[in-house]
Design a protein around this ligand. Structure first.
Ligand code: FAD
Length: 402
């Protein structure tokens, strides 16, 4: 039976390995990961784990014995440095490992600020790995001042944790509004108000000139010349897909490792899934950065290695926790031309994205029913009239029976 080698022991890698066994693959499986930790989930890194409310073991995707029980060989702390698609081998250290099928689940790396503007000073952090968060966690003491560069979900989640722990928090966003890249103005306004109510200073349309300090952060200077003191800085300005290894091996790249509808790359016997991979979507290509996509795409790879020959049909979903707000997002909002608001009803409010008559996505705050109904409608390619959604008298669940 085929030896499947998986490069990247994260969310997608773990899902692929487990699914291969669940589908009856009885050949060898080797999963190689650059990080020393066993496969773990990242979402709590900017939520409960950062808050100090979760033990490291609870991040692990499987109990340590699972991998041996499933006869999956884990090689941790072992970055793969090269792929030879002709010889069908990967290189780690001085060693060469042969594969029959290769799965690339190399995730992504956070964008960093250049050293020339202070990006390499002590006290500047990114939030991607367990090691990143373990390093920054001691900085989170009440009364300290943190500047968060970037008002995306990860920056805002870190801001929420810092505010809850009593820090003095400033969020800098270069764009006219936080969450601009991923959400409608209504969702941005909701989270701006939420953070402001918790004492966070949200500075939009505010560029960063540089981080100040000799060897360690002492503050930041804004593009308008204003200087803000800071004890530490968190940079949350997006990620770069982990595609360098594939690119060096001559595998086609297009916003990440370019896959076809079956999650196959341009090289024979090489597949990709998760944050590092883009795939055909509507008239173009899409790359998603979410747990749901990492699992579903990785499981699609496993099924196709087992001969399913089934295209991957992404059903995007995402969540974010900030203070007492649980945001759940169903669908993908690109191309929307209309937003409809449902609520607020108590703590619950939802924003529904339409293009013409088509429902594209729903952002639901503390409203799991709106999320669930929106998700089901989108997944089954159904829509609903915008006025019906906005009408508080509408029984959302009844829409699923229509
Ligand atoms: P990863 O889980 O990053 O795994 C990739 C692994 O590959 C890494 O361990 C990396 O070290 C390894 N690797 C890379 N190159 C090599 C190499 N050459 N050799 C060996 N190993 C290599 N998503 C949500 O849906 N909801 C959330 O609330 C949410 N919150 C998040 C909060 C944080 C702080 C972060 C960082 C992410 C969050 N995400 C969330 C996104 C989600 O965690 C990612 O989309 C998901 O982890 C992607 O899985 P992956 O397997 O593609 O990548």
């Amino acid at each position: 039976m085929a030896h499947v080698v998986i490069v990247g022991a994260g969310q997608a890698g773990a899902a692929c390995a487990a699914k291969l066994r669940a589908l009856g693959h009885d050949g060898a499986i080797t999963m190689i990961g650059a990080e020393p930790a066993p496969p773990y989930q990242r979402p709590p890194l900017s939520k409960a784990y950062l808050m100090g409310e979760m033990e490291e073991e609870r991040l692990w995707l499987r109990a340590p014995e699972f991998w041996a029980e499933q006869d999956i060989t884990l090689r941790l702390g072992a970055p793969v440095t090269a792929i030879d698609t002709a010889a069908r081998t990967v290189t780690l250290g001085a060693e060469t490992v042969a594969y029959d099928e290769l799965v690339l689940t190399t995730g992504s790396t956070p964008r960093r600020l250049p050293a020339a503007i202070g990006g390499d000073l002590a006290g500047v952090y990114t939030v991607r790995t367990l090691a990143d968060v373990d390093a920054m966690r001691p900085e989170f003491a009440a009364g300290r001042r943190v500047v968060i560069v970037g008002g995306g979900y990860i920056g805002l989640e870190a801001a929420a944790v810092a505010a809850k722990l009593g820090l003095d928090v400033t969020v800098l966003e270069m764009a006219p509004r936080i969450l601009q890249r991923v959400a409608a103005p209504e969702t941005s306004a909701y989270f701006r108000a939420l953070h402001t109510a918790h004492g966070v200073k949200v500075m939009e349309e505010t560029g960063l000139d540089r981080i100040l300090g000799e060897t360690r952060v002492s503050g930041v200077r804004l593009a308008n010349g204003t200087e803000l003191p800071a004890d530490f800085v968190i940079v949350g300005v997006g990620i770069l897909p982990g595609s360098d290894l594939a690119a060096a091996a001559g595998i086609a790249i297009d916003n990440g490792i370019a896959c076809d509808a079956y999650c196959h790359t341009s090289a024979p016997h090489v597949w990709a899934a998760g944050d590092c991979a883009s795939f055909p979507w509507k008239e173009g290509r899409l790359r998603l950065e979410s747990v749901g996509n990492a699992i579903d795409m990785a499981e699609a790879v496993a099924a196709n290695i087992m001969g399913a020959d089934t295209p991957y049909v992404a059903q995007p979903w995402f969540w974010s926790d900030q203070y007492d707000c649980k945001l759940q997002i169903a669908g993908f909002n690109a191309g929307y031309d209309r937003i409809v608001t449902r609520g607020p009803e108590g703590e619950a409010v939802s924003f529904w994205y339409f293009r013409g008559d088509d429902l594209l996505a729903v952002d639901a705050m503390n409203d799991s029913r709106a999320y669930m109904v929106g998700k089901r409608l989108i997944e089954t390619d159904r829509s609903v009239a915008p006025e019906v959604v906005a009408d508080p008298a509408t029984n959302l669940k009844a829409l699923l029976k229509a």
